[in-house]
Design a protein around this ligand. Sequence first.
Ligand code: ATP
Length: 513
Amino acid sequence: MEQQQDLLKDIISHSKEYGFIFPSSEIYDGLAATYDYGQLGVELKNNIKTYWWKAMVQMHTNIVGIDSSIFMHPTIWKASGHVDAFNDPLIDNKDSKKRYRADVLIEEHIEKIKVKIEKEVDKGKLKFGEAFNEVEFRQTNPNVLRNATKITDIESRFKETLSNDDLEGVRQLIIDLEIACPISGTKNWTDVRQFNLMFSTEMGSVAGEASTIYLRPETAQGIFVNFLNVQKSGRMKIPFGIAQIGKAFRNEIVARQFIFRMREFEQMEMQFFVEPGEEIAWYNNWKIAREKWHKALNLGDANYRFHDHVKLAHYANAACDIEFNFPMGFKELEGIHSRTDFDLKQHETFSGKKLQYFDTNTNKSYVPYVVETSLGLDRMFLSILSASYKNETLEDGSSRIVLTIPPALAPYKVAILPLLKKDGLPEKSREIMKELQFDFSIQYDEKDSIGKRYRRQDAIGTPYAITIDHQSLEDNTVTIRDRDTMEQERVDLSTIRNFLLEKTGWNSLLLNQ
Ligand code: ATP
């Protein structure tokens, strides 16, 4: 864990040093939980968006995208339940004066017990070697069973208190579990209070209740209120989906984990409209599809796990998270929710407009059910950085920092490096660059020794580097260096474009989805 926390620190400073992410408003000492994406960050971010958009929209004939506005009619947030129920339970430690989310304290406690179970299983593996039967071990080992029961008990008590809005019960659970503040180490807790996460502001020049509007806390509602517009104008037939990428804002109580939890962030959401009764089958389909999308990145399959929700949100009849093994441990990366017909029905009630689909086969209208996939773009960014950041010791004893970012997502696909800054090598290099720059983002670098330049490209995750030397002038060959293996190969210039397309193009990620 200690080591993992160091990894987060390393990633934060590396991100700043190379222009991926800067603290927002830094010259004014920053603004809590807001960050700016720098020159490399914006490239990686755009590539993640493109990967998502291609997989969700381009590759599905029945999914289209929209871009709705951030400001929306305030009644939308009444209808969606956000005005009344978009709260987090907060609790303060009286000694450290630090504020926490009560639900997160309990979830982290559960996570510690899970870690104990996994340790016990690992011990079993070591002890029994080849003969180890993991399933049986999990079902019979007394320590595993005791801890598993503990988890079930906590989860059911937690679920009960939350669904009864029993905040005193939540506090009592924290006390009974003897959860201590990580800063002060004490168990001196205040009452638990609910805190609404929506930012509000005023529209127009007249202040007052009627003009209060909210910054959207999720992009989904922009999709719901446009359901009929898209369905009619696009002549969409159910099942169909609407996708959107955009900013969302939440006044998070605790925002201490870099871009994992920000007050302004970006979401990539897709609402899939289905016939009532078919939602669970579609929910399961989307779970599989989204898992494939993540795993195609090759960040390590063991870094992902599903977590089924204990307490379903008021609108859901099934929900899970895809969790990623971040430097802070396994945490939510993406949510997949079967939202029933809750949202569309609410908007029908509050707007007085029908939001129904007319099925030409049965000649009947109905309010569709919705399965949603909701991914945080910034969390996706952090998952890629944390799995890609490596501090390697090389055979000659030297070391390098390399970001093994999936090539299709890397900010630059290739670096063009003239071996020397003379003898016509820069001119030849620029010629090559001109030919490739329509298709690839390229970095040109002629400063410092070639070794130093390779290190710089490793540190920003450029998958390939082309070096132009004197021989290149004679026979049109160059060397191409692979970031991960550091191997170099001399190839004919005419092969480069296809090579790069194959290795860094979208096919490499989308082919098997
Ligand atoms: P958490 O439990 O971590 O607060 P959530 O369950 O409230 O997250 P959702 O409402 O399901 O999150 O939002 C969908 C996705 O948006 C999340 O899976 C996450 O990737 C992203 N997200 C939510 N809140 C934030 C935030 N404050 N900063 C960055 N990304 C966020």
